[in-house]
Design a protein around this ligand. Structure first.
Ligand code: ADP
Length: 451
């Protein structure tokens, strides 16, 4: 059963119950009011006849009274104190006779309703005692219950029709309302099904300010995020395969050349060194990719410890020195004091190596690169400054994005893949630190890491 049917049925059941209680109460009340009115009317007519009889007890008065009640569904009967019928509008006297002993037995001194059972008795009966000198007795009024029961039946019938119609209308209204209410939910369900099938083109027009509206906005955001992720993944895979295929082509080509028998040792050495360089580049790329994958999955840990700055920095300098020398770059370490750094030394080394690698890649020959490290407010500041090509201001905010490269072709000639800085940023953030950059095109860049 779908949600709109459930909702409609729930509301319907509650309203039906309320309506039944209300109708039952109203039905009973109206009937009682009507019956009370019939009793009052009968008592009033009876009292009227009795008063006339007391004022002027004569044959003609009695005849008059009988005449008055002749042509309606009321009957009148005048009896004396002993129960003998003096006159009656009712021709079928034996039927009346069964009420007379009741009147005598009750011996009522005031006007009263003698028989009130309108459901089972053919009449409701009122008694009105009179006394005029020697004439003493009772005026009995009879009201046929047939008309009362007919009135009740009519009323019940109308209640039935009104009830059934309102139930029908309520059912239709709830059906429509619940459909309107659940339509956005059904749209959202369809949208999520589309998402799960990989179709991210979902439009949810529902814009209300309630929880359904918020859910709709969240689903659209989810769709956009998924689409972006899918796009990023595709771009990532495309550039990874491109990045890997370029050095592989070189490797295959140079390997074939190096295998030639007509080469002398120097030439072979030259080609082998190119092969080795490309292989190293591939290795670095794969390492960076793996790092990034691990960081993305959040399954890498940062285990912080205290270690001394000086040996840590010298080790890094030793690692990068050969490649710097090869490019005729001067690397200067600006670190006056030895102090203790609190970080994951391997991860921090990765951060600094990435920054130094970029500084080397994007610097011209015979320029200088500074690695400055100092302690400030109990935190470690690492600065890598170069006099290289710099980064255009419009690119600065994106360079830490995964696979973002300033001028893709330029970056490739420098051997970049757009991964290094995103790894740096994630590692710095995992340390609870910050990384910022200042750069001027043609003048150089400074990357500042605080952890
Ligand atoms: P890549 O592997 O391409 O260097 P990164 O994520 O390390 O990727 O850097 C992103 C981009 O930022 C690079 O394409 C490069 O253009 C620019 N960049 C990074 N460091 C420097 C720098 N020291 N000098 C100039 N540009 C830089």
């Amino acid at each position: 059963m779908n949600i709109s049917t459930k909702l409609a049925l729930c509301f319907f059941a509650v309203v039906l119950l309320l309506q039944l209680i209300l109708m039952f109460y109203l039905h009973r009340n109206i009937i009682h009011t009507q019956i009370d009115e019939e009793f009052s009317k009968l008592l009033a007519y009876g009292a009227n006849h009795r008063d006339v009889l007391i004022d002027n007890y004569s044959k003609s008065t009695i005849h008059h009274i009988i005449l008055m009640e002749n042509n309606n569904d009321r009957e009148v009967c005048i009896i004396n104190k002993e129960g003998k019928i003096i006159s009656s509008s009712y021709e079928d006297n034996p039927k009346l006779n069964r009420y007379i002993p009741l009147v005598i037995r009750k011996h009522s001194e005031i006007d009263t309703i003698l028989v009130s059972d309108y459901k089972n008795s053919p009449y409701i009966v009122s008694v009105h005692p009179y006394q005029n000198g020697v004439h003493e007795g009772y005026v009995l009024m009879f009201q046929s219950t047939q008309s009362i029961n007919q009135m009740i039946n009519n009323l019940t019938k109308h209640f039935g029709i009104a009830g059934a119609t309102s139930v029908l209308i309520i059912l239709v209204i709830y059906g429509i309302l619940s459909k309107i209410l659940t339509r956005p939910l059904i749209h959202m369900k369809k949208a999520t099904e589309k998402l799960s099938k990989g179709d991210f083109e979902v439009t949810l027009p529902y814009k209300s300010n309630d929880e359904l509206g918020e859910l709709s906005v969240s689903i659209q955001m989810l769709a956009k995020d998924l689409e972006r992720l899918k796009k990023e993944r595709n771009e990532f895979l495309a550039s990874v395969s491109h990045e890997l295929s370029t050095p592989l082509t070189y490797l295959i080509g140079y390997a074939k050349v190096a295998m030639r028998t007509d080469l002398n040792d120097r030439e072979r050495e030259h080609y082998l060194s190119i092969i080795s360089e490309e292989a190293i580049r591939m290795k670095n790329l794969v390492k960076n990719l793996l790092d990034l994958a691990k960081i993305d999955e959040n399954n890498f840990t940062v285990s912080k410890e205290y270690f001394w700055a000086q040996p840590f920095l010298h080790k890094i300098i030793n690692l990068v020195e050969p490649s710097y020398r090869q490019k005729n770059l001067k690397l200067t370490l600006l670190n006056q004091s030895n102090f203790q750094i609190y970080a994951d030394s391997l991860r921090l080394q990765q951060i600094v190596l990435n920054l130094l690698d970029n500084a080397m890649k994007y610097s011209k020959e015979n320029t200088e690169i500074h690695l400055e490290v100092y302690e400030q407010h109990n935190r470690t500041v690492l600065k890598v400054s170069d006099e290289g090509i710099g980064i255009p201001p419009e690119d600065i905010e994106f360079i830490f994005d995964r696979l973002y490269r300033v001028e893709k072709s330029r970056s490739r000639t420098y051997g970049g893949s757009g991964i290094g800085l995103s790894v740096v940023k994630k590692l710095v953030e995992a340390h609870g630190g910050t990384v910022e950059v200042k750069s001027k095109v043609g003048k150089g860049s400074t990357f500042k890491v605080i952890i």
